[in-house]
Design a protein around this ligand. Structure first.
Ligand code: PHE
Length: 450
């Protein structure tokens, strides 16, 4: 059944779309490198605890508000507020979410553009176009602009096709392909010399680091970014869910898929690093830390692929294809946030809205590209480290302090009447009311002070 504002046609459609939003560059790149930098297994352990004890409850707040209000974040927070003051705060919080989603997409599309460029590189190598290969892999404004534009065109095309025909259809195609590519790569890398050392670095916990505030702050930031929280992506996806779906179960599945794929990505990236070391590639920086950041993806791994000889070409191709797909299923969810807002609150048609906002975001990306040294890291830190946790905090507050408790409980019951006998019912409302805001605030302050 399709409603005028769009709806996912099936459970699987929603699960793949929401997991697609969650699984992105944050999982395949951010998670393994964060783990490598923060005590390997210790980080993995803390991450899993935080993902289920902090990010999952916050995700539920978004899904519940979204499905109840059936609207974008700006209207949703207003709808669940009773007083004049609360409605105002709701409106501005919603706006802030829309702006942060837009800004995240402006830097995300640049990085995704690099993935596209590196995806094409093996093709130019095969055809002997070495100048093209160099252009594709060297940092330059023209390349960055062209590829972030191409990536934005893909993203916008999917969003302009709508919820069922765009988001759901493409998530159902892309997510299984991504998983398949990933499993193939893991199997291949595991059989290479050096892989076991990487596996040890990844999985053996360094327990001395487990209480390290830096580790905990990184794990929280990673969990919020990875589950796409705070900026209204999960809220809007929740609003496209039917009233007869079991929300706590849906949210749990999405959290599980997201964490499992992050875990799998670690099984790929860290062993690959140590395979590269076996081949003579430097994998430690001068300060003695494992190479993380962009160098890992755009220098160390490509060096590994080159060192593999002929097989390195398809392996590199598959790797960057995986990265591009992961980025695309996330970027569409980011674009849906401002697009749903303009469709619903300004009555602009979906295609016009999508292409208009897609263009505006590309202009933002252009600014970042042309002022890369000043703007790139600034935008990443501002949006993901500061804004996302704070917005997540606001959403927990709206769900449990501002919204009428009975209405909130009725929404959880919808689609799952037996919920009243479950642990979720007993714990979640007070947990999100007291513990989540306190924990988020505590870790946020600690992170800022650090
Ligand atoms: N979750 C995505 C990732 O891991 C990023 C994202 C953030 C998506 C915010 C939507 C909103 O890469």
């Amino acid at each position: 059944m399709s409603s005028p504002r769009g709806q996912f046609s099936s459970k699987t459609g929603f699960i793949l779309a929401a997991s697609g939003s969650a699984v992105g560059l944050g999982n395949i790149w951010g998670f393994p490198t964060n783990a490598a930098e923060n005590g390997g297994g210790a980080f993995v352990l803390i991450y899993f605890v935080l993902a289920f004890c902090l990010a999952y409850p916050a995700l539920m707040a978004e899904l519940i508000i979204g499905r109840h209000t059936r609207s974008n974040m700006v209207s949703a927070l207003q709808k669940i507020s009773t007083g004049e003051m609360a409605r105002k705060v709701g409106k501005y919080t919603g706006f802030f979410g829309v702006i942060i989603a837009t800004l995240i997409l402006s830097f995300y599309s640049i990085v995704a553009g690099w993935m596209l460029a590196f995806l094409l590189e093996p093709l130019s190598t095969i055809t002997g176009l070495s100048e093209v290969s160099d252009w594709l892999t060297e940092f330059g404004n023209t390349r960055n602009l062209i590829f972030s534009a191409v990536f934005m065109i893909f993203t916008t095309a999917v969003i302009s096709a709508g919820v069922e025909q765009g988001i759901e259809k493409w998530s159902c195609r892309l997510m299984p392909s991504m998983l398949l590519l990933m499993v193939c790569l893991i199997v291949y890398v595991m059989f290479q010399e050096g892989a076991l050392t990487g596996l040890k670095v990844y999985l053996l916990p360094d327990f001395r680091q487990i209480g390290d505030p830096q580790l905990i702050a990184s794990a929280m930031g990673q969990a919020f970014f990875s589950l796409s929280l705070g900026v209204g992506t999960m809220l809007i996806y929740g609003s496209y869910l039917g009233p007869d779906e079991n929300l706590p179960a849906m949210g749990a599945i999405v959290t599980l898929v997201d964490s499992s794929i992050a875990f799998l990505a670690g099984l790929l990236v860290l062993p690959a690093l140590f395979v590269a070391q076996q081949q003579g590639v430097t994998i430690y920086s001068e300060a003695g830390n494992l190479i993380a950041g962009p160098d890992l993806i755009f220098q160390t791994l490509p060096a590994l692929f080159h060192g593999m000889g002929a097989i390195g070409i398809p392996v590199g191709l598959v790797f960057f294809c995986l990265m591009t797909i992961a980025a695309l299923t996330s970027s569409i969810s980011m674009l849906e946030v401002p697009v749903s807002y303009t469709i619903e609150n300004h009555r602009i048609g979906r295609p016009t809205s999508a292409w208009l906002i897609g263009t505006i975001i590309f202009i933002f990306s252009g600014f970042i590209v042309l002022n890369f040294d000043t703007l790139f890291n600034f935008t990443v830190t501002l949006t993901t480290e500061y804004s996302q946790p704070l917005l997540g905090l606001m959403l927990c507050i709206f769900a449990t302090w501002v919204w009428h408790r009975d209405k909130m409980l009725a929404e959880i019951r919808s689609g799952y009447p037996q919920v009243e006998q479950s642990l979720f019912w007993k714990i979640w409302p007070s947990y999100v009311r007291f513990c989540c805001p306190a924990l988020i605030l505590l870790m946020f302050v600690q992170g800022v002070l650090n």
